[in-house]
Design a protein around this ligand. Sequence first.
Ligand SMILES: [Zn+2]
Length: 299
Amino acid sequence: MEEFNRFGNMNPTPEFCERPYLMDRPPFPIVGNLYFVGNLWCSSHLIDTGDGLILLDTPTAGSLPGLLFNIAALGFNPRELKYIVVSHAHSDHFGAVVALAHLTGAKTFMSAVDTRDMRENPERMEKMNLDLGYYNECFTPDVELEDGDIISLGNTQMRCVLTPGHTVGVMSHFWTLEDRGRTFHVGIYGGAGFVSLSRAALKRNGQPMSLQQDFLDSIEKVWDEPVEIMLGNHPFHNDVYFKRRRFLAGEEDAFIDPGEWHRFLEELRSKFQNFLKKSPQEVEAMYAGSQILDYYKGI
Ligand SMILES: [Zn+2]
């Protein structure tokens, strides 16, 4: 058995793929106007800006009922959704966007680089859409973001930073929020998995080997961001359900951890450097079985 690797094979089990609602759990507030509305596999974060809602990433299309239920369970009307921001062009982050935008009229955002990648590689995209469940659809965002762009709505200004590697145009996001008179820096590292970055996978997907170096450079690029509340674009990247459990057990600041950003980036860098040294056979063994159920043991 491989040692646990949160950046390794954390794919949903076949049962989760067949019945995505099995991954649904109740939503919860993180801090201030920030909420978790995703599921055991995919993160989805909701921000109440005071002038409409921003959603950062959607789960796959099969999980749209759970997402809508979670938004409503927090007391919000999904029709208040104004912006849907997508971190990168992978179906487990955009699969439900087309349906959700259709239902709500929300404006959609993704980097111009990933938008072009999606447009120019329909076969690779469609294969991923099918592999990751049913009904996932590609989309063309209303707004194509460039490095450093700010998305502004109500009380929220979200800075979008290109951190290529996981995809050619994945973005990380940073903003501040207020909670009971305190200001917190929030950060989410876009695209932390690297199964798609083995030499074999890059070759298979017709992508440049330079993405491996980009992956390392992107970690450096955002190293100095002053993140106090770290989010993950998968819940197992920042242990969000475990933090929720600690919060419910009385730890009021369970989601606030100024040291987590560097611990996370260091873990990501060292695991990736290790990964680059592996033989094709070792890479295959590493991804042979999903570790998602091991991770959630006890939740
Ligand atoms: Zn991804």
